[in-house]
Ligand binder design. Structure first.
Ligand SMILES: NC(=O)c1ccc[n+]([C@@H]2O[C@H](COP(=O)([O-])OP(=O)(O)OC[C@H]3O[C@@H](n4cnc5c(N)ncnc54)[C@H](OP(=O)(O)O)[C@@H]3O)[C@@H](O)[C@H]2O)c1
Length: 354
């Protein structure tokens, strides 16, 4: 019998999906800095990655690759609904899922949680806010959750001031350096909307007890309130290597190059739901349940793509998503085929120029 490196005591074998992206590249940095982490498989969407790991794949369904690799941890850093297959694979197989790809959990929701119950594995969130909440929630049963949002590059602007903003304007994020889709989602606050739904599924907290506050410097990542009146917050500089490292080395807490936090004044404000309509629409989609979150995500992905390609304006993103949410029935998906069909139908309904 051959003994793979993964069977050596203390070694963790990592499959990294989305290795060429912003999260993927930072994950490789974290893995390279820790000899106990071994990159055993890697995927990308279209960029070549031959030689990056013993097994690599570009494009297509990664589940065969995962079957062959049998990793200890799947780090899903694919962008968008395309991340569904590795999320479901990890949950069904009881393999620890380090989850950056929030879209898969938002879209699959109950189906993903059913798969986790069957598989018995853990989800360790990589999204910085959810990593923060996950760590705070270790101290007790959360009564309510607070997600912070930087407010993006258009914080403080009124709706009419956003009609002519360009993709370059939207891509200039003040605190985080991320891939283009999530950066636009941060500018519209759709990202925070997706995160409300993600938090609901991760922590089982009802929507009315998940709050969003604007916090421009992104130092406080999340806060959990407990029934005794205590509230525990997680603070740190905005650097994704911290939550990536936490997820990959969990339950340990490994060293990172991020400097110790110096305290400063922290500011918080209410989000402007009229200007940043997608935040309210996402919450509504979450509350309605069924495949409404899936439709929200699908319509948003298509509309963001059209905005980045210069085919629609910034405000058209929310208008397109709202229109789709009014037209889908949102019926719950009984299985993955029905979910994929709900995603497809919602994409088809997005009224943007081809
Ligand atoms: N970036 C952040 O700081 C951050 C923070 C929190 C959460 N997240 C979440 O993490 C995920 C990744 O974000 P990112 O900013 O790293 O995105 P990104 O820089 O755009 O990278 C996306 C990755 O997904 C791959 N990919 C794209 N389409 C694919 C497909 N159809 N099938 C398989 N792989 C595909 C890309 O491969 P190619 O390069 O070959 O196209 C790339 O490796 C998103 O869900 C995002 O919301 C990101």
């Amino acid at each position: 019998m051959t003994v793979s490196a993964g069977t050596l005591a203390g070694m963790k074998r990592i499959a990294l999906l989305g290795a060429t992206g912003s999260i993927g590249r930072q994950a490789i940095e974290v893995i390279d800095a820790h000899p106990e982490l071994e990159l055993v498989a890697a995927t990308s969407g279209s960029q070549p990655i031959d030689g990056l790991a013993p097994l690599t794949q570009t494009g297509g369904d990664p589940t065969d690759l995962l079957d062959r690799t049998q990793p200890d941890v799947v780090l899903n850093a694919v962008v968008g609904f395309a991340g569904l297959a590795p999320t479901m694979w990890a949950l069904e197989h009881g393999v620890t899922l380090a989850l950056a790809n929030k879209e898969s959990l938002v879209a699959a929701g109950d189906l993903a949680l059913d798969a986790r119950r069957r598989g018995g594995g853990a989800i360790i969130p990589v999204d910085s806010e959810h990593s923060a909440l996950f760590q705070c929630a270790k101290l007790g049963e959360p009564e309510s959750l607070v997600l912070t949002a930087s407010g993006g590059p258009f914080r403080g602007r009124r709706r009419e001031e956003l009609a002519d903003v360009t993709p370059d304007d939207a891509l200039a994020h003040p605190t985080w350096n991320m891939g283009p889709k999530i950066t636009v989602d941060s500018a519209t606050l759709a990202n925070k909307g997706l995160e409300i739904i993600e938090a609901h599924f991760l922590f089982g907290v009802p929507y009315e007890r998940i709050e969003v506050v604007i916090h421009p410097t992104s130092i406080v990542h999340g806060l959990v309130r407990f029934r005794d009146g205590a509230a525990i917050a997680h603070l740190g500089y905005p650097d994704m290597r911290v939550p990536i490292s936490y997820a990959l080395t969990y339950p340990d807490r490994a060293e990172t190059p991020v400097p110790p936090l110096e305290l400063r004044t922290l500011e918080f404000a209410e989000p402007d739901l009229d200007t940043f309509r997608l935040l309210a629409l996402a919450r509504e989609a979450g509350e309605r349940g069924g495949t409404f979150p899936c439709a929200f995500n699908a319509a948003n992905e298509v509309a963001v793509g059209a905005f980045l390609a210069g085919r629609i304006g910034f405000l058209d993103i929310a208008a397109a998503v709202e229109d789709v949410l009014e037209r889908v029935d949102g019926a719950p998906a009984r299985d993955l085929d029905e979910l994929v069909e709900a995603d497809r139908r919602a994409r088809e309904l997005v009224a943007v120029p081809a």
